[in-house]
Design a protein. Structure first.
Length: 219
């Protein structure tokens, strides 16, 4: 089988060298997230799809300030505010209430996954699959995003920014119009093979591609 013809690698390596340290610092921050912050990291990942990261950040802070995790009030007014506006706010509000009710079970699954976690890429996949099939509002991408944000490694967050960059570098021929679980796992494997071949960890490439698109090394 012929290897893919990757493109623009000198440019990629140069960018990586310039941003490597802040990227690694960011990953260390993810690994040190506090237990009491796990719920709000999950809330963030439920809110970000099809809404701005800045609005999701503002909404999560308002939820935290109001004690949503403890009190479980209706979050819809927060999600409708202009400074924290979230698309599909009624649906997302219900998902936040649902995940609050599920959160004890989620913690059990995370703890079990942490105990078994090693350096093998597949180690985080079972808990991601459980999240994606159990928690309303999480698919493969959002479950990967949440797990990365709380310190799990070796999972791809295949949003449009990452897919565009994978196409730019010749990893993909085109960006898929739809994303099934099977396709997600196939592209993740291609992304991992690319990262291994060029010698840059996939987790670090993910943040590098994000910083290209947004100008920031965001979560």
């Amino acid at each position: 089988m012929n290897r893919p013809r990757y493109r623009a690698l000198p440019e990629l390596r140069s960018e990586y060298t310039q941003r490597r340290e802040p990227i690694r610092t960011r990953l260390q921050e993810f690994a040190s997230v506090r237990t009491e912050d796990l719920f709000y990291e999950l809330a963030y990942c439920i809110l970000t799809p099809q809404s701005s990261a800045a609005h999701a950040d503002t909404a999560v802070q308002a939820l935290r300030d109001g004690g949503f995790r403890e009190q479980g009030f209706d979050p819809t007014p927060i999600l409708r505010r202009p400074d924290s506006y979230i698309r599909f706010h009624n649906t997302k509000a219900q998902r936040l209430l649902d995940v609050r009710a599920q959160f004890a079970d989620i913690i059990v699954q995370l703890d079990a996954a942490r105990r078994g976690q090693g350096t093998v890429a597949a180690d985080s996949r079972p808990v991601r699959q459980w999240l994606a099939t159990t928690v309303h509002g999480l698919g493969m991408k959002e479950a990967s995003h949440f797990l990365r944000n709380v310190g799990f490694r070796h999972l791809a967050i295949l949003d449009r920014h990452i897919l565009r960059n994978l196409r730019y570098h010749g990893v993909l021929r085109s960006v898929p119009a739809t994303m099934t679980t099977r396709r997600y796992l196939t592209i993740e494997d291609q992304f991992r093979a690319f990262a291994d071949q060029i010698g840059i960890p996939m987790d670090e490439l993910d943040l590098l591609f994000w910083s290209r698109e947004t100008g920031e090394i965001r979560k």
